[in-house]
Design a protein around this ligand. Structure first.
Ligand code: BES
Ligand code: ZN
Ligand code: ZN
Length: 486
């Protein structure tokens, strides 16, 4: 879907369909030409409701407010509705609120999201593709915005939304078509296309780095593990950032096997890794003045006679020993070694990990919200603010010393599960904390994306399946720390 900008009024643009967005269930404005028709049809203008008036070539969509996330949703709904018609060229004006850049970006993101469909495995592609969207720089209140500015916002939003859709595609791909080796090849192509450095470690490489916790998880899989290290290095970067992603291309639970109904959707256990890929794609296309490293631990967690087992004791890269009591708590083992690797190789100013780490985080916050954990209050606050701006939901879960005691082990330095059935999202993060060196404690953030990364039912502008959770908020946070530095 190509997006172009014009200073012409919507009425002067040649296109198949015009999108008109009704705000706050009202259609008695002079700019709503079809007021009578809409009333006659009984259209209620509830958030995300749409009505197509073919004889007028207008598609009405509805937003409860001019708030950016409502607008994002209304435009996604509009595009989804238009894809049911044969229209190829769509036009729209702007719908600006208090913060014009935010609404312009929300409109574009909504349209790019509404255009997303994972139909790779469908023999019949149901929907009609939209070729072009033309956006007028005139808004519904007849406010004008400088065309150069609109162009910049549209371009940024298009890059971020397209990178988010790229993450969705990776996550949605079935496990046998997205093995650790294939994910590594995806990393290689991303690096080639976007001018990134790319280093890949195979089993020998992981052994050489003493990443024995990671290797134990991978042992029973017929697909060998890969550590994928991408780096975007512009000149004179303002910060150096390391992003670490959990890349379980399949999580069967291992010998502590998951019940059948919990195993379905576990192709999504690579969503942290895929979010890191999407962020690397976006930062390099936006040419942000920060050095960003994306480090992904990719493996399957399977069963077999050589599987790692409950009662095993593993030695992680930093020398700490881990008592295994449940092989389904595998993500933290892969992350432990990958976090050590990131600190040693990158020495970053900020260290952020992305992981579908615990079902407990979904219980705590619900399916739509990312769990934020870490030691640095200001850092947690700034990322949650960025998330809200970007249209992602977050909740902060706080550490405490009582929970910290629950992962003590009788025979090793730490246990891979808690002795309590409660507080599992936080005890998982406190396990990771054992692998964060003193000088990085205040620089580290853990994002548990187990809820929103993959939801089986569509929600708002997010389709059923992967949502690309973590991509938009991280790019927004980058933009904010860069601005503060200036
Ligand atoms: N990948 C899962 C967590 C998960 C659950 C992600 C649901 C997405 C949706 C993780 O590896 C896991 O199995 N965690 C266990 C930990 C437990 C054994 C301490 C869990 O959450 O039950
Ligand atoms: Zn697991
Ligand atoms: Zn897992």
């Amino acid at each position: 879907m190509q997006i172009e900008i014009t200073p012409k009024a919507p009425g002067e643009i040649e296109a198949d369909i015009e999108i008109i967005c009704l705000i706050d269930k009202k259609f008695d404005h002079d700019w709503v030409e079809d007021k009578e028709l809409l009333e006659l049809s009984g259209f209620k203008a509830e958030q995300d409701a749409t009505i197509f008036l073919p004889e007028k070539r207008r598609l009405y969509t509805a937003s409860d407010s001019l708030q950016h996330d409502d607008i994002r949703s209304a435009f996604a709904a509009a595009i989804r509705a238009i894809r049911k018609t044969p229209a190829k060229h769509v036009k729209t004006g702007l719908y600006l609120g208090k913060c014009p850049p935010q609404n312009i970006k929300a409109m574009v993101e909504g349209m790019v999201f509404g255009d997303y469909d994972f139909d790779l495995y469908k023999t019949e592609k149901a929907k009609h593709p939209i070729k072009k969207v033309t956006i007028s720089t005139i808004d519904f209140n007849a406010k004008r915005v400088e065309i150069e500015k609109v162009k910049k916002y549209v371009e940024t939003a298009n890059i971020v939304a397209t990178a988010t859709n790229y993450t969705k595609n990776l996550v949605n791909t079935p496990p046998d078509d997205m093995t650790p080796e294939i994910l590594a090849l995806k990393g290689v192509s991303l690096a080639e296309e976007n001018g990134l450095e790319c280093t890949i470690l195979d089993e020998k490489g992981l052994e050489g780095e003493n990443m024995n916790a990671f290797l134990a998880v991978s042992r029973a899989s017929q697909h060998p593990p890969r550590l994928i290290h991408l780096a975007y290095k512009p000149q004179n970067p303002k910060f150096k950032i390391a992003l670490v992603g959990k890349g379980l291309t399949y999580d069967s639970g291992g010998l502590s096997l998951k019940p059948a109904e919990f195993m379905v959707t576990m192709k999504s256990d690579k969503a942290g890794a895929c979010a890191v890929f999407g962020i690397m794609k976006a930062v390099s296309e936006l040419k942000l003045p920060i050095e960003v490293h994306g480090i992904v631990g990719a493996t399957e967690n399977m069963i077999g006679s050589n599987a790692y087992k409950p009662d095993d004791v593993l030695r992680a890269k930093n020398g700490k020993t881990i008592e295994i009591r449940n092989t389904d708590a595998e993500g933290r083992l892969v992350l432990a070694d990958s976090l050590c690797y990131a600190q040693e190789k990158v020495a970053p100013d900020y260290l952020i990990d992305f992981a579908t780490l615990t079902g407990a985080c979904v219980v705590a916050l619900g399916e739509y919200t990312i769990g934020i954990m870490g030691h640095n209050r200001a850092l947690k606050h700034s990322i949650s603010k960025a998330a809200a701006h970007a249209g992602e939901l977050t909740g902060t879960l706080k550490f405490n010393r009582y929970l910290k005691k629950l992962i003590k082990s009788e025979i090793a330095d730490v246990c891979n599960i808690s002795s309590s059935r409660y507080g599992g999202a936080i005890t998982a993060a406190l396990f990771l904390d054992h692998f964060i060196q003193e000088e990085y404690k205040q620089k580290w953030l853990h994002l548990d994306i187990a809820g929103p990364a993959y939801v089986e039912k569509a929600w708002g502008y997010n389709p059923a399946g992967a949502s690309g959770a973590g991509v938009r908020m991280t790019i927004k946070w980058f933009e904010q720390i860069i601005k503060k530095e200036k």
